[in-house]
Design a binder for this molecule. Sequence first.
Ligand SMILES: NC(=O)c1ccc[n+]([C@@H]2O[C@H](COP(=O)([O-])OP(=O)(O)OC[C@H]3O[C@@H](n4cnc5c(N)ncnc54)[C@H](O)[C@@H]3O)[C@@H](O)[C@H]2O)c1
Ligand SMILES: O=C(O)CC[C@@H](O)C(=O)O
Length: 525
Amino acid sequence: MPKVLISDKMDPKAAQIFRERGVEVDEITGKTPEELKAIIGQYDGLAIRSSTKVTKEILEHATNLKVVGRAGIGVDNVDIPAASAKGVVVMNTPFGNSITTAEHAIALMFALARQLPEADASTQAGKWEKNRFMGVELTSKTLGLIGAGNIGSIVADRALGLKMKVIAFDPFLTPERALEMGVEKVTLDELLARADFITLHTPLTDQTRNILSAEALAKTKKGVRIINCARGGLIDEEALKAGLDSGHIGGAALDVFKVEPAKESPLFGTSNFISTPHLGASTTEAQVNVAIQVAEQLADYLVSGGVTNALNMPSLTAEEAPKLKPYMALAEKLGSLVGQLAHGAVTGIAIEAEGAAAALNLKPITGAVLAGFMRVHSDTVNMVNAPFLAKERGLDVREVRHDREGDYHTLVRVTVTTADGERSVAGTLFGDQAPRLVELFGIKVEADLAGPMLYVVNEDAPGFIGRLGTTLGEAGVNIGTFHLGRRSAGGEAVLLLSVDEAVDADLLAQVKALPGVKTAMGLVF
Ligand SMILES: NC(=O)c1ccc[n+]([C@@H]2O[C@H](COP(=O)([O-])OP(=O)(O)OC[C@H]3O[C@@H](n4cnc5c(N)ncnc54)[C@H](O)[C@@H]3O)[C@@H](O)[C@H]2O)c1
Ligand SMILES: O=C(O)CC[C@@H](O)C(=O)O
């Protein structure tokens, strides 16, 4: 039974779903990195929010870990390259808390417009300062969105409902989508110059870090009010403080900080500054949503191989997974076969699908081919890290679908490109389940690829099979299955034999010495 650790506070629905789906679950929150390192080795899955930092060091101790699930959107607390390199799938729940976070941004915008926290504190202190708090209306004001993805577009929708004008800076926003959202797409400088309110909704990346730098803040309209419910690090906090102190910035509301938990900040106590402790996603509804989603996604992956919302692997629905599983087994065997047989550096690998296979999601099939291919040289390769490693090695990976009718109802062909040219192997599924090799370097052959095997290329001549059988028999090697393919009678022949134990170097040398043998190799599947 797979075992999952919930290491951050999460709605109890998550644990309930794990148990219902046959996954053992421990809820142990508040561990230090050292404590987490000591226990993480027992778990197949890890469910987190933002407190647990899934670092390279933690991953090094996670010897059984297959999947990390973030109940939320931002995965900046997970070292994704390190997880990918270790073959650990990283998933998030991209939509479960979007409405809630957008509502928090809108709430902070209202709070800034009417100085609600300061007015509240003053009133409760018995001051009744009616003349001190003069607010602004939102109607007809311009809201500048930096980032118009899931949350940004919900904020835009709500702001339009408040009769605001919405302008957006997002390099990936198409004019069609901007039109559909009812926003005006602008450059960053234009947004800075025109917006009465600015709200940030981008991830923290090298491009967005300090997007509101001192220089950018200097370009804003006097009196601008700024809201950040996305990620700390998007705003230069010192420059923000200077802008508030000088009065150029009319107000700022931060839910997120460069360093969290933010127990101290030069901004604390500044007039017209509001802060919340990363509460964007903290509503009952959002927390139930993300807990359910993360538990379902992790359970799907651990129980049936379904992949949803993975950041380092193609998606595979729980319905697709059983259909694709035999293909992935076939693909892995074909990848392994070309990996073991290819001579010299492979520069490209093409995955072709024909018949029923052409209608499938090819990404997992490609992942399995690459995993089989690269596992020949490394034990730690799997479907998750294989595409990443292939890219790192500069391997040109291509996927091709054919709608032509072939000899088989379904076929997967793998072709590698080396300095000597291209070489292909192809396989099918018998009864839609059993992987079977049907073509090897242009020669038709029908073989299971399982366990230790012997591969021999020889000149087709009478008596050869007898001599080979005798050689193996004298060495005490039992033949399980025997598959033969010929280019033409008397031409080149290929033999694939499954043997009960791997053929050692001495025996291989004897096979190579048999008359007519061109190549002989031991293979393992
Ligand atoms: N405060 C919270 O509790 C809370 C809750 C949920 C999400 N978040 C954060 O909110 C942010 C947005 O989440 P989302 O779900 O809308 O993400 P999303 O991926 O749907 O949208 C992000 C948008 O940012 C845009 N973008 C990327 N680079 C950009 C750049 N250089 N300049 C301008 N735009 C750029 C993208 O094109 C995309 O449209 C994330 O950082 C997420 O972690 C915070
Ligand atoms: O889990 C949380 O409370 C914060 C979540 C939020 O930052 C996110 O990126 O989804």
